[in-house]
Design a protein around this ligand. Structure first.
Ligand code: SAM
Length: 244
């Protein structure tokens, strides 16, 4: 039926494409993609010969309007170079406009590097904050980290190999030396997970730049710092006041 199909693709291992996702890729009238060379490989794997159109959220408004128009009578699939569309990838504005126009919107869920990394990290998974890519310059990166310093959740970042050592160093400086995990090449031949404190991981990355695609997972802040004198005094006063 007509509408928008948000299709999650693999994050490295083609076999992770779900049968339902492959079916939509074969049946869609058009497939909106980031990079047609990257997606051509997946379409071949899925046995799809459907036409592709390039789409980015910063594409011309008319490109998006045209796609939303087509969804009235055609099945439009949205596919990213890797993993789940919209997650540090294009698509948010397309979904927003499709909804505003009353089109059918559905998701074919699947691989996502952030979710896979959380499950691999050994860090608390009950609450997490996905931060996507941090700014590349130290000042802007430290400012962003400072904004989330007190958030009581596991933090998840996408990062590139050459920036890892500097990013981990800034994290240690701003967030304190928390436990962390560097998850690399998930679902690929050289999948690897390094765990340790932020300072240990920063040193490891400085000694040898990690290759491939990387997700950094950082544990929540430690328990509340011990109360200061004023807090103890207030608690004592409170307790005394309650005595019968
Ligand atoms: N939409 C994708 C998803 O669902 O994960 C993310 C797209 S984002 C542009 C690409 C980043 O995701 C990479 O720079 C890397 O940080 C992370 N990533 C993608 N594939 C990965 C993999 N196989 N292993 C580790 N990280 C990966």
């Amino acid at each position: 039926s007509p509408g928008l199909y948000i299709v999650a693709g693999p994050i490295g291992n083609l076999s992770d494409l779900s049968p339902r996702a492959a079916e939509i890729l074969r049946d869609a009238d058009v497939i909106a993609v980031e990079d047609s060379r990257v997606s051509a490989r997946l379409l071949r794997h899925a046995g799809s010969d459907r036409p592709m159109v390039p789409y980015h959220d910063h594409s011309d408004e008319r490109v998006r309007a045209r796609l939303v128009e087509r969804m009235a009578g055609e099945a439009v699939a949205l596919l990213s170079d890797a993993g789940t569309p919209l997650i540090s990838d294009p698509g948010y504005k397309l979904v927003r406009d499709a909804r505003a126009a009353g089109r059918m919107v559905t998701s074919l869920p699947g691989p996502c590097a952030a979710i896979a990394a959380i499950t691999l990290s050994g860090l608390p998974s009950d609450r997490f904050l996905f931060m996507g890519f941090l700014p590349s310059k130290t000042k802007a990166r430290s400012d962003t980290l400072d904004e989330i310093r007190a958030v009581r959740a596991t933090l998840v970042f996408y990062e590139s190999g050459p920036r890892c050592a500097a990013a981990l160093g800034d994290m240690q400086a701003v967030l304190g030396d928390r436990p962390a995990a560097l998850c690399r090449e998930i679902s690929k031949t050289f999948e690897e997970v390094l765990t340790g404190s932020l300072s240990e991981l920063a040193a490891a990355c400085a000694a040898r730049e990690p290759r491939g695609e990387i997700v950094l997972v950082v544990g929540p802040p430690g328990e509340r710092p011990p109360p200061d004198e004023a807090e103890i005094e207030a608690a004592l006063r409170d307790a005394l006041a309650r005595l019968p």
